[in-house]
Design a protein around this ligand. Sequence first.
Ligand SMILES: [Zn+2]
Length: 346
Amino acid sequence: MPAKSQFISLREAQSPFFVGIDLGGTNIKVGVVDDWGRPLSWLSLPTEAEKGPEDAARRMGEAVLKAIKKAKLQKHDISRVGLGSPGTMDIPAGMLVNPVNLKGWDNFPIRDRVSFHCGLPVAFQNDANAAAYGEFWAGAGKEYHSLVLFTLGTGIGCGIIIGDLIVDGENSHGAECGHIIIDSSDDARLCGCGQRGHLEAYASATALMKRAEELLAEGHPSSLARRFARAKPQNRNTKLIFEEAEKGDKLANQLVMEAARWLGIGTVNLLHTIDPSIVLLGGAMTFGGKATKTGKRFLDAVTREVKQRAFPTIAQRVKIDFASLGGDAGFIGAAGIARLEHRQEA
Ligand SMILES: [Zn+2]
């Protein structure tokens, strides 16, 4: 995904500087960010998880140095590096515990190994929390005091930021709101985590594709049937649902509205728990955002569900919107977490 943010030159930038790393199952993004959350440089490398965590830690360390050079800065200009990583993890210990998307990386001291390879101190956080912090610091949430970010993709990631507090919990499992229970029946849908009835099993891209295939198998007429049949397996995804919804296909639209409804219900649970200023929807499955009919309808439907079900004061005041940093939220937020740790220690 190309960078969505506006890059700034060194002349415009405000020191101190930070480097953010967004470690994903497929790619790693690394970028230098200034004190206001504006990126100066950016690069991407394949994760190549099969080569093991030490090899990746070394390449991440090298990428940090490359990104610094690309920003026309020196290593001593960088106050700290931030690393956002998929879980499960032990955040205070700087350890990966059993990361589902990084097979064989169990019990690895990733924070200290990346620090060793780049020669800079490293702050460590969950990737979804880092993305939420990115939106809070420099994105769609920057005018607000508290936010929830849902990252809608294969699964549903979530991050909660209240002031400068990142809600990561006592055991590094906080804000896992893709796994809040929205259906307690015995035959509720099965979630990717193995439990039933979780939000992710109803409103993620995986859930939407499953539901589409069920409805098509029941014989509901839709242009999706032809699109699915013709697409290569790797291209059979919610982009097709989005495109057909844009063209007015009834079933495709129904699928988007169903996901919005479930997401609205999940959102109300969070509103009644933490009462945040804003809830943001980001990730790969946002149906083109506000630039498209489907994206607007999706956001309206989530908002409508929230207004109907939340306490009146909350329903009236909470903002619900799309995230704005796209695929850059992760590294910008990781840099923001480095900045936070740097400021707390200063
Ligand atoms: Zn789950």
